[in-house]
Design a protein around this ligand. Structure first.
Ligand code: AOF
Ligand code: ZN
Length: 351
């Protein structure tokens, strides 16, 4: 027989899992705000659910309270992020929970936003509400890698995506690369783009592939119009895409394309957070850009879609990077491995 404490821990994890499922509903649309979910529970019954759909709209707690109505009195609230204590685009959620008569609040993790950062918890506790923090923290945080990193470090969370052959090649020597990976793998990339505030590419990729780099999937579970369009950053140090040439390419007709003509990628990333609130950034480019990001240790997550084909030793390598000895190698941890269509998707974390 589990002790009452174990029973409560199991119940807390279960309802937090439901709150995380709610949060996921906002994962492509809430930015630059975090994706947050909330579930209200009376005894062992869910009486209200909500998530934060879009910046400017009410927060998760407000939707859940509205859903519960009078049943919020005496309920336990499960929230995937510390309820806010500030008046931003919307009034403080901690106050809404207090005013609704919620008895206990269970929180996955604190909100590192300096305007909140523990003061949501204090506000609740001062009102006599029991607060528990730290339930399924890792799972909840996985939904908001960019928001959390940006709030803590003013740098975005950077994903580098590369599509390769089994022998790690990304194109033939001629540049021909359409297509190495399967349609299912390319569809999977749509999720990465949809999460990103900005997509970074290089002028060489624009010139050789004329990519669209847009979000166009109808399989994301949300209406496309609700997904904020990612900004496009073209790294163009050598000004290969002069003003005259720009209109020849898909990307250049995109309203939010920035041509970055300086060399400092760290500055670019910092600027994307401070000026544009881009908390998650996706790099989709060629070997030279990939090499720059990796060797400057600017990558948080490397995603490799690997197709089961061999392109041979004349084909292009996946990263321009020439270590002088084995000691200078780039190394990663395998985080996950998944079959996507006929390919595999490797997610790696640099060490
Ligand atoms: C919550 N519940 O569902 C979310 C929170 O400008 P606002 O009013 O939308 O506030 C945005 C900030 O509120 C955001 O930066 C983050 O700190 C917090 N997000 N808080 O209590 C929610 N989305
Ligand atoms: Zn709030």
């Amino acid at each position: 027989m589990p002790t009452p404490n174990h029973a409560q821990a199991a119940q807390d994890s279960y309802f937090m899992m439901l709150a995380i499922e709610q949060a996921k509903r906002g994962q492509y649309t809430a930015r630059p705000n975090p994706a947050v979910g909330c579930v209200l529970v009376q005894g062992s019954e869910v009486v209200g659910e909500g998530f934060h759909p879009q910046a400017g709209q009410p927060h998760a707690e407000v939707f859940a309270l509205k859903d519960a109505g009078a049943q919020a009195v005496g309920a336990t609230a499960y929230v995937t992020l510390e309820p806010c204590s500030h008046t931003g685009r919307t009034p403080p959620c901690a106050l809404a929970l207090i005013n609704a008569g919620v008895k206990r609040v269970v929180i996955a993790g604190l909100d590192p936003n300096p305007q909140v950062a523990g003061s949501g918890v204090s506000l609740l506790q001062e009102a006599g509400i029991e607060v528990s923090v730290g339930i399924l923290t890792a799972q909840a945080e996985a939904l908001n890698r960019g928001f959390l990193k940006a709030m803590r470090t003013q740098m975005p969370y950077v994903r580098l995506k590369i599509a390769t052959s089994l022998d790690g090649r990304t194109a033939m020597a001629t540049g021909e690369s359409k297509w190495i990976t399967s349609p299912a793998a390319r569809e999977d990339v749509q999720q990465l783009r949809a999460k990103s505030g900005a997509i970074i590419t290089g002028s060489a990729t624009v010139i050789s592939d004329n990519p669209q780099l847009n979000v166009r999937s109808t399989q994301l579970g949300v209406v496309l119009e609700q997904i904020p369009t990612p900004m496009i950053i073209v790294l163009d140090r050598r000004e290969r895409l002069s003003h005259d040439l720009q209109s020849d390419y898909h990307l250049c007709r995109h309203a939010d394309t920035i041509y970055w003509r300086e060399d400092n990628l760290h500055e670019l990333l910092k600027m994307l957070v401070s000026k544009h609130q881009c908390h998650e950034v996706l790099v989709e480019a060629g070997a030279s850009v990939a090499g720059s990001f990796l060797s400057q240790q600017l990558v948080d997550e490397l995603i490799v879609y690997q197709a089961p084909c061999v392109l041979g030793s004349q084909a292009r390598a996946m990263v321009d990077f020439n270590p002088l000895s084995l000691a200078q190698q780039l190394r990663f941890d395998y985080h996950s491995l998944e079959k996507v269509g006929t390919d595999i998707k490797l997610t790696l974390l640099p060490i």
